[in-house]
Design a protein around this ligand. Structure first.
Ligand SMILES: [Zn+2]
Length: 354
């Protein structure tokens, strides 16, 4: 008996080495050949979420110099059925910087690094609107052309609140995007563009509407919480519970520029903040580490999930291993689409909200 258990353990260990971690929850089951597996095995869809992607400044210069910001995690991208991130900047040549301390606008050439990599990007954040409506609309158009679906924002209120819908293996998945980090001035309106604002009643309605429209899996991707805080706030915890009570299968978040841990509520995972993924200009080391989240979902909900750390190098590009801190080199000429106040010139600022 003991030997049998031992052997079974060895077998399981051997299988677990062969399988990608995101599907390890399911014991491998032998199936007769020449049978349509899809009719017999609940399909498992592998999702990949990454945090804040800011493609101006350091990352923008790195891309202009020919670097691929996502190269270090090409395997994780290739391994996922659906790849989702948070686009924390405008991508445009139009527009004018709003009156904010930090404003981010990336050169339209960066779009080719997103194309084919991401299925969808949330624009529900506090920087997508940094260069006003014209640049925001240009961003949406560029993403459209690149085949990347924007969600959490749109050309009007209805479009902004529409989920990103994706179907894989017969599983219908709805991802919703909401921002609750001010300024609220860039919220979409009945006939003007902007982001989806995280009003409790609207979020609950969005989740319920996705369910009613036939979603098997609903996941809100939130932009929330306080910067630098390693723990989620009472507000985040309250809203996360509300969303799960309303029918969300999991909650994923970002914005604080640091990771914030996770918890399970009613059997559903809440990953409060993925932190940064592509971002530079921070003067505290916690902001240079983020998480990639791999999540396997099926008809039954979230089957398994794990996070993989990513470490930003001096240009703000994610790497697999920590990169020794290098002194910030002053940048003589601002990059195309540079912030109104260059971060490189402002290292001593006591980190106001971004
Ligand atoms: Zn943010």
């Amino acid at each position: 008996m003991r030997l049998k258990n031992h052997f079974a353990g060895l077998l399981a260990a051997a299988f677990s080495l062969l399988l990608p971690p995101a599907v390890m929850a399911e014991e491998p089951v032998a199936q007769p050949l020449a049978i349509d597996m899809s009719s017999r095995v609940a399909p498992v869809v592998r999702l990949l979420f990454v945090g804040d992607i800011m493609l101006a400044d350091g990352p923008g210069r790195a891309i202009a110099a020919g670097r691929d910001p996502f190269a270090a995690f090409a395997d994780e991208f290739a391994d996922a059925d659906v790849r989702i991130g948070n686009l924390e900047c405008a991508i445009a040549s139009s527009g004018k910087a709003l009156d904010k301390i930090y404003t981010f606008r990336a050169n339209p050439q960066v779009i080719e690094k997103l194309s084919g990599r991401f299925h969808a990007l949330s624009v529900a954040n506090n920087h997508a609107g940094d260069y006003g409506h014209e640049a925001f609309l240009e961003t949406l158009s560029l993403l459209d052309i690149a085949g990347v679906k924007a969600f959490g924002g749109g050309r009007n209120l209805t479009e902004a609140h529409a989920p990103y819908w994706v179907e894989r293996g017969g599983l219908r998945i709805a991802i919703l995007g909401y921002n609750e980090f001010k300024p609220r001035a860039f919220e979409a309106g009945p006939d003007w563009p902007g982001v989806a604002w995280s009003e409790d009643s609207h979020v609950v309605r969005g989740i319920e509407a996705a369910r009613a429209a036939g979603a098997d899996i609903v996941i809100p991707f939130m932009h929330w919480g306080w910067e630098r805080e390693r723990e989620p706030s009472a507000r985040q915890r309250q809203l996360a519970r509300l969303m799960i009570d309303a029918g969300a299968d999991a909650v994923v978040g970002g914005h604080p520029h640091v990771t914030q841990g996770s918890e399970i509520y009613e059997g559903k995972p809440i990953i409060y903040s993925l932190g940064n993924f592509v971002f530079d200009g921070f003067d505290y080391p916690e902001a240079q580490q983020g998480w990639l989240l791999r999540m396997a979902v099926s008809q039954e909900g979230v089957r398994n999930w794990e996070v993989i750390p990513a470490y930003m190098d001096v240009e703000g590009l994610p790497q697999r291993k920590p990169v020794a801190a290098a002194p910030q080199v002053p940048v003589p000429t601002p990059a195309q689409g540079s912030p109104a106040v260059s971060l490189a010139e402002q290292p001593a600022i006591s980190t106001p909200p971004r």
